[in-house]
Write a protein that binds this ligand. Structure first.
Ligand code: ADP
Ligand code: ZN
Length: 620
């Protein structure tokens, strides 16, 4: 269905808008989509950085349909390709993929369609594409464009470096007249520079969208004891939603999934240690479910395009702000409100810093990584708007507070604790870095069990009666985050000592104040469940459906589930929740009215129009 652009026809971007409406059922371009598409339609190379959910795929799919020839899309993950091809086919686009999982007959048929000029879009893996026979065969095929998805994989400064991606630089010489478009959701300035150099895009236009994700409601809280119990609380407070819980180890994913199942939540564990088949079925189950929770290590992620993930919970903190944004970014891809909740602690920070110190690598690279860890914890434990902090980190200017994260809503109040901090620091100094946090607190309170006379004789023994044990624990945690105390992991029995000497001296001289978090009574206040705020917001998300429209919405979902089962595709490639909600609200009575709903293009109207109108008819 290549729509050749006639010399005197409409402006290319108008043709593109027409395809957007007729094929994909969307009314208008979002963000930078129109700019990126115009650049590619003009036959030029480009680099586009659009946040997750920003609609990157249309940037290459639409030009593939408009420009003559086959649109070639390089994608790192089979799961990602499968999903995108399924969604395209639903929209009536002639799309296919070639990867190691495809049967020989299907492969032959795909090649037949390519050579007959019947295919619009082909998805390939980088290693698949760069095989000599493949390149040779493609060199005889007219190409509309080459898109390189997840382009940050080419950079060592990104966090998903894939050596295979480096070979893609050769495409510049192999296909000099085909426009190449690199797209990614995470790339700071350094990574972008790397992408341009490696993929030979030095002179091409760069489109960097805002990193704003207004649908994401962020919060973070310090761990109190085990994260498992807290995760169960958070998840059970969000019933009937899909979510992802990230945990730091394989073992922990299994334990948390088990605890969730015991609490009645359909939860599955996912990590690299599981058998490949099992991993695949779990991923399929998760994608197909209307509400399911995946408890995973970060092995689970790239290529998970489920649009209706309503929360991402970090049971253990991510590795950097890039990873934070990418992982949390998997929630709310359909643009409806979703939550990102992070549990973190000073021990996690010490552990991350220790791992960097122990690694064998260049001192300069180490320093970059240490800075990344510090910046992450400044974000997590800081007091300024979380969304704004992330956006500034990615280089955005003129960023305003989001007004909806826990910090914007004032969940954290601080009080001056400089004097108490001086006491804690002196005590740590006197104890000479030979004890852990618990002992330090007991010492301040004068409650150490079996205390030795030498310790009792220290001037800091029992000088901390003004605070409770839990307040001292909070303050110790704070001092660790501030770098005033430092924790030596000591093989799992961490010891506390003084941190940065200059900073510690400044506190003693009173030049540096220490602010401590004031927790509302009942120390375990919960900004998310207690106020009920995000829960309400997530409900609002279902397109202000009145209770009266709910049964129709449910009926449409049931119909979609049945359709998805028969066709063996995830439900959301048929229609997103958002589209079904809009249908339930508008109750279209004719095909024309249904076509006006966002997400209903021509092919879907043809396939599902009758079915959907029938269901709506039964409710009006
Ligand atoms: P990503 O940038 O994360 O790859 P996708 O291309 O998967 O994002 O798009 C995310 C979602 O946004 C998809 O469900 C897509 O249908 C939808 N979308 C993309 N562009 C538009 C648009 N212009 N209007 C409405 N919805 C859009
Ligand atoms: Zn905020």
């Amino acid at each position: 269905m290549n729509l050749a652009v006639a010399e005197t026809g409409p402006a290319p971007i108008d043709t593109a808008r027409d395809v957007l409406r007729r094929t994909f059922g969307h009314a208008e371009f979002r963000g930078l989509q129109a700019e990126v598409i115009a650049e590619v339609l003009a036959g030029r190379n480009a680099l586009a950085v659009l946040p997750t959910g920003g609609g990157k795929s249309l940037c290459y799919q639409i030009p593939s349909l408009i420009r003559p020839g086959l649109g070639l899309v390089v994608s790192p993950l089979i799961a990602l390709m499968t999903d995108q091809v399924a969604a395209l086919v639903q929209s009536g686009v002639a799309a296919a993929r070639l990867d190691s999982n495809i049967e020989p007959e299907a492969k032959a048929e795909t090649w037949r369609r390519i050579e007959a000029g019947e295919l619009d879009i082909l998805y390939v893996s980088p290693e698949g594409l760069m095989q000599p026979w493949m390149l040779e065969r493609l060199s005889r095929t007219p190409l509309a464009l080459i898109a390189i998805d997840e382009a940050h994989c080419v950079s060592q400064w990104g966090h998903d470096f894939r050596p295979d991606y480096r070979m893609l630089g050769r495409l510049a010489d192999l296909f000099p007249h085909v426009p190449r478009l690199a797209v990614t959701a995470t790339a700071d300035a350094k990574t972008r520079e790397d992408i341009r150099a490696e993929l030979r895009l030095m002179d091409s236009a760069e489109f960097v969208a805002s990193f704003a994700r207004p649908e994401l409601i962020l919060s973070a809280e310090r761990k109190k004891g085990g994260a498992e119990k807290r995760v169960v609380e958070l998840v059970t407070a969000r019933p009937d939603r899909s979510g992802v819980v990230y945990a730091g180890s394989r073992d922990k994913t299994e334990k948390i999934a088990e605890a969730l199942r015991a609490a009645g939540v359909p939860a599955l564990a996912y990590h690299a240690g599981l058998d490949k088949r099992l991993r695949e079925t779990r991923l399929e189950d998760f994608l197909a479910a209307d509400a399911a929770v995946m408890v995973a290590t970060i092995a689970f992620g790239m290529g998970v395009d489920k649009p209706d993930v309503r929360f991402v919970i970090h049971a253990d903190p991510p590795g950097s702000i890039e990873a934070y944004w990418q992982e949390i970014g998997r929630a709310g891809r359909d643009g409806d409100p979703a939550e990102g909740i992070t549990l973190y602690g000073a021990a996690d920070m010490s552990w991350a810093l220790r791992r960097i110190a122990d690694r064998e690598m260049d001192e300069a690279v180490k320093q970059v990584q240490v800075r990344k860890v510090r910046q992450l914890y400044t974000l997590l434990d800081g007091a300024g708007c979380r969304a704004a902090t992330v956006r500034r980190y990615f280089g955005e200017e003129g960023v305003e507070a989001c007004g909806q994260c826990d910090l914007c809503l004032g969940a954290v109040e601080t009080t001056d604790a400089t004097q108490a901090a001086q006491k804690a620091l002196s005590a740590a100094h006197r104890l000479g870095g030979r004890c852990g946090r618990g002992r330090l607190v007991d010492h301040l309170l004068g409650k150490t069990k079996d205390v030795r006379p030498e310790e009792q004789a220290l001037s800091t023994w029992g000088i901390g009666q003004e605070l409770s044990a839990s307040q001292w624990r909070d303050l110790t945690e704070q001092l660790l985050f501030d770098g005033l105390l430092r924790e030596d992991p000591n093989d799992g029995r961490p010891l506390v000592g003084l941190g940065d000497a200059e900073a510690v001296r400044a506190v003693f001289r009173g030049e540096r104040r220490v602010a401590m978090r004031k927790h509302p009574e009942g120390a375990d206040h919960d900004p998310t469940t207690r106020s009920g705020r995000p829960r309400k917001r997530t409900r609002e998300a279902m397109a202000v459906l009145s209770p009266g429209d709910q049964p129709l919405f449910e009926a449409l979902r049931a119909w979609r589930t049945a359709e998805a089962k028969t066709q063996h595709v995830p439900p959301y490639v048929i229609f997103h929740d958002r589209t079904l909600a809009e249908i339930a609200l508008l109750k279209p009575a004719s095909r024309a009215a249904l076509a006006a709903v966002n997400g209903v293009g021509e092919a879907k109207l043809a396939h599902y129009g009758e079915g959907v109108l029938g269901i709506v008819g039964g409710f009006t």
